[in-house]
Design a protein around this ligand. Structure first.
Ligand code: NDP
Length: 787
């Protein structure tokens, strides 16, 4: 097309980016092996084709890493780790800084390689993926510099295994590698076998900057290679981004291994448009939410919820805008969309769309012609969807959104949360009160107000619910790559098995002392559902009986906690007042609690009671201070990182320190606004019954704390299985740790499980920021400003 013709039609002329340099690079690397211990290693096993999804052309071959290759990489990373961690933070910062600089110098090569490998547009790789990856290395160079100042008392983890997907190959690499290295860890990273090019080019960059061998290792491969990495005993942490299904497999695979795990999984994020929104801006938001990167975005705004009064107008604008989307050669700078990752993915998307139509929804597609070759999917959206339909619930991972209408903000919140996921949400309203109110109520790790898909290295990113746990970016992201210096000692032994006493037995056979402590559920004392109890032995024989709770009691307690939503809603000041009141009430009963602990035979009864009282004051003090921060992201944004409670938190207290161990866990959970279902020390549960009166007289609302007694491990398993328990803390024996971690794969709740004994009297072990951090999840809220 001539310039004259273009001027006459005002149509786009082609503006292709040159692929010459990238093609030369590819020609020089026909077979991509691995990068282990600073060297490029030829594959010892099979290879598969690397295909350009936009043209179906085979670009290269990539290795499918074997167990032996994974092992070699982990060994190299282990050898390198101590020296890397011992470097001054400043020196590590210099390497990260060099990575950022070199990425910037090569940004066009990386941008074009990513287009050829993934099918996404050059506009996106050039303007988003590569600059953000560089920004990530710069930001984390800063954390390396400041590590000792900002994370005192913390150590690196060791070797981090990292598995990344194909939708943002370079960016996900940066999100994984930068914080790990900044904290003093070394890494073994497995790229997706569909998109290995930029990771390989990044390995070359590591050589160029003189990165010590073994600090970064890249093992190419498929799911089997990933499984070998996840299962390797030499890694201390596994960080994964990908599908929820594989996330679940990895949760089970790593259960009980002691490996730290972070999962960034799928989503079905709501895009909520109120009647007072700037509708034209919101339509542009839809372009960025679901058509950006062909919809292959974990946080894509894939469920569009529009207020009924403007729905017709909004959908008309959306349809008109969609018709103007340009889809085609992703190297052409005028294209909005390129190809999806593979024909397999295209077929998966089309199959889901067919399922949506079969269930009665109407599919609207853009009228754009599709290139003859390549895996292209025309953008679109559904109308007439119902919340329970397949396409409303399943991640399509393609450029098609569903649409639904709502009438009130309450209904918007209900629909927004009607998903098993919780990754992101986008809220459009010119009324900031309304937008922030909803931002509070939507269960998602990232909220964008009047915008969508903003990312920044300083802004923590990550999910809630089945979108996974852990954060990437900012301070919260760094915390996932360090650990508090080892505190726990020898491994805890499992408590002796319980001998249930049947209610059918006569009083005389039950116990000479007829004290049967009940459970505490929904603010009331309750008998165990099965009516059973068990004998509790103190210093001088049997001291009483405790209720033997079962599955039904756990369910009742979780239900009661679920209803006590008010506790999370009261102001932090109010929670502090209640905790101070509790501290006072405990103090008044110091003698009684000390006597009870003495009778139970705990080693330092008075010290335990006094430490509990002090701890109640300490967490009361924190209730209105562990609040979050304003994060320095892009200009024209106030980005908040808020420490939110989980909701219902399950706690299985350690068997040792029956009062202090239990309260050291309940107090921070309550201070942060969680409702608690706690299982008391199995061998010394009677102290819990004394706490009921303290809770009752301290204005703790009914259901905010529920206490169970009985077989800790079986109650823990029921809590781990329960979908309405949002997070679980377990302090028990090693086999219990494995059991709860594995069971938690159901709803992917974050689990803090420890088998090592703690000295709860020691403030360095029994209280601190770790408890507050564990009691909360970070929600990042982006708010734009400017006119
Ligand atoms: P996967 O979750 O299967 O892949 C993500 C990464 O995990 C890849 O590197 C993959 O290797 C690896 N992997 C696969 N199986 C295992 C395993 N058992 N153990 C360890 N690692 C493993 O995603 P897919 O690529 O199969 O995509 C399927 C769907 O997942 C998409 O349609 C989309 O819905 C969702 N998805 C979500 C993403 C997100 O960011 N939340 C990203 C990608 C996909 P390899 O690919 O080389 O086989």
């Amino acid at each position: 097309m001539s310039i004259k013709e273009i001027m006459q039609t005002m149509d786009y002329g082609p503006a292709p980016e040159s692929a010459t340099d990238a093609q030369t690079w590819i020609a020089a690397h026909p077979v991509l092996g691995h990068f282990i211990n600073g060297r490029f290693v030829a594959p010892e096993g099979a290879t598969v084709d690397v295909v350009n999804p936009a043209t179906d052309a085979v670009l290269a071959q990539v290795a499918i890493g074997t167990e032996a290759e994974v092992d070699a990489a982990v060994k190299a990373a282990r050898t390198a780790q101590a020296k890397w961690a011992a470097l001054p933070g400043h020196d590590r910062a210099r390497y990260l800084y060099a990575m950022a600089r070199h990425l910037q110098k090569r940004e066009r090569l990386f941008a074009v390689l990513e287009v050829l490998d993934n099918g996404k547009t050059i506009r996106e790789t050039r303007d988003i993926d590569v600059p953000l990856a560089a920004r990530h290395f710069y930001h984390h160079a800063g954390w390396a510099e400041l590590l000792a100042d900002e994370f005192p008392g913390h150590t690196p983890l060791g070797v981090c295994g990292q598995i990344i997907p194909w939708n943002f190959p370079l960016l996900m690499l940066a999100w994984k590698i930068a914080p790990a290295l900044a904290a003093g860890n070394t890494v073994v990273l497995k790229p997706a076998d569909l998109t290995p090019l930029t990771a390989y080019a990044f390995a070359q960059l590591c050589v160029e900057i003189g990165l010590p061998p073994g600090v970064v290792n890249i093992v190419n491969g498929d799911g089997s290679t990933g499984a070998a990495l996840a299962g390797h005993p030499g890694i201390a942490k596994l960080a994964f981004t990908g599908s929820t299904e594989v996330g679940r497999i990895l949760r089970r695979q790593t259960a009980g291994s002691g490996k730290k795990l972070t999962l960034e999984l799928g989503g079905k994020s709501p895009f909520i448009v109120f009647d007072d929104a700037d509708l034209d801006a919101a339509v542009e938001g839809v372009v960025d939410a679901i058509w950006f990167n062909q919809g292959e975005v974990c946080c894509a705004g894939s469920r569009i919820l529009v207020q009924e009064s403007v729905a017709e107008r909004f959908l008309a604008k959306m349809t008109a805008r969609m018709a103007k989307l340009r889809l085609g050669d992703p190297l052409d700078k005028t294209m909005d969309m390129g190809a999806v990752i593979s024909h397999r993915q295209r077929q998966r998307i089309e199959a889901l769309l067919a399922a949506g139509e079969a269930e009665g929804a109407t599919l609207h597609r853009a009228p754009c012609p599709l290139p003859a070759k390549g895996s292209y999917v025309a953008p679109g959206f559904f109308t007439g969807t119902a919340p329970a339909q397949t396409v409303s619930q399943t991640e399509i991972f393609g450029p098609i959104a569903t649409t639904l209408t709502f009438r009130t903000p309450d209904e918007a919140a209900l629909l927004a949360n009607d998903t098993r996921y919780g990754l992101a949400a986008s809220i459009w309203s010119e009324n900031l009160n309304r937008a922030i109110d909803l931002a509070n109520r939507v269960k998602a790790g990232v909220i964008w107000i009047n915008g969508t898909n903003f990312f920044d290295a300083a802004a923590p990113f990550g999910g809630m619910r089945e979108s996974g746990f852990g954060r990437e970016g900012g301070r919260a992201g760094m915390l996932d790559y360090v650990a508090p210096k080892a505190k726990s000692g020898a491994l805890r032994a499992a408590p002796a098995p319980l001998a249930p006493v049947s209610p059918a037995l006569g009083k005389a056979e039950r116990s000479p002392i007829d004290v049967t402590a009940k459970l505490y559920i929904g603010g009331k004392q309750a008998r165990a559902d099965g009516g059973q109890s068990y004998s509790v032995t103190g210093k001088a024989g049997v001291i009483g009986q405790a209720a033997l709770a079962g599955r039904k009691d756990v369910r009742n307690a979780v239900e009661a906690a679920g209803k006590a939503t008010g506790w999370g809603g009261v102001t932090a000041h109010n929670r502090a007042q209640v905790l101070y009141f509790m501290a006072e009430n405990l103090a008044q009963r110091e003698t009684e609690f000390t006597a009870a602990l003495t009778q139970a035979g705990t080693p330092k009864p008075q010290a335990e009671v006094q430490a509990t009282i002090r701890r109640a004051f300490w967490y009361a003090a924190w209730a209105d201070k562990f609040d979050g921060r304003v994060t320095a992201t892009k200009s024209s944004h106030v980005t908040l990182t808020v420490n939110e409670p989980f909701g219902t938190l399950g706690i299985v207290a350690p068997d040792e320190a029956p009062l202090l161990g239990l309260m050291s866990l309940i107090l921070p959970a309550l201070a942060m606004g969680n409702r608690v279902v706690a299982v008391a020390s199995q061998s010394q549960p009677l102290i819990a019954a004394r706490l009921y009166q303290v809770f009752e007289t301290s204005d703790i609302p009914a259901g905010a704390v529920n206490l169970l007694t009985g077989d800790s491990d079986s109650l823990a398993k029921t809590l781990a299985d329960h979908d309405d328990v949002a997070a679980l803390w377990y302090f028990g024996a090693a086999n219990g740790v494995a059991a709860v971690e594995s069971a938690s794969a159901g709803n992917l709740k974050p689990v803090w499980a420890e088998a090592g004994l703690r000295d709860w009297l020691d403030p360095a072990q029994g209280l601190g920021m770790e408890f507050l951090t564990r009691a909360t999840q970070v929600k990042t809220i982006w708010m734009p400003y400017g006119v």
